[in-house]
Ligand binder design. Sequence first.
Ligand SMILES: [Zn+2]
Length: 256
Amino acid sequence: MIRRDYHTYTTFCDGKCTAEKMVCAAISFGMDEIGFSGHAHQPFDFDYCMSKENSSAYRAEVRRLKEKYADRIKLYLGAECDLFTDEDMSAYEYIIGSAHYLKFGDEYIAVDAGADTLKYLIDGKFGGDAMAMCEEYFKNVSMIGKTLHPTVVGHFDLVKKYNAGGRFFDESDPRYVAAWKSAADELLKDCKLFEINTGGIARARQTEPYPSPEIIEYIKARGGRFILSSDSHRADTLCFMFDEYERYADKTRLFE
Ligand SMILES: [Zn+2]
């Protein structure tokens, strides 16, 4: 049973629990490793990311907890970095590199901010052509490797978050498939480690993780490897459904 999770948040950004509460919960769940991946600063949408001051307080607190709980659990200091981050990432032990936004001039619109926002994005920015929106999203995903040099690629197909039941687009559409395949091919040149992220199942009524099983198979067939992540914003979803998806994981520790 995998009891290690490296995609977790605290109250330093949009998490609901303090870092110490998350660590204590992880210990009580029998986890032997936890990594924190606070949202790195970005020059917009400040509700989600850490402010510059919070980033340094976050690093100090994770380092303090690392020492305090050293004999009970191994802690790692990481960050989730959006494609449009503006933070220097050299202080972190690992980076989850992710695409959340599409950029239109000075306007950044997240694909995971809710069904209404997704509808606005498709209708307002792509004239109702949902496939064109997906193509643009996967174009951003394809740039994660070269732009962020991540340790792990985060939630590869986040664009489907509010698409349960094919509400906005058909994930078997050849244009959709071509878009994710081309993003995977490009990413694999720079980063071989991806996550199987169960956060959409916990929070957005998704029935499968990011990425979908066919994408997992495609990436694995080309040398990619997978680690499990919960994308937890609260302590009770740490290692969420890891038993279910353990069979897809190639690695159980981020550093091994
Ligand atoms: Zn994310």
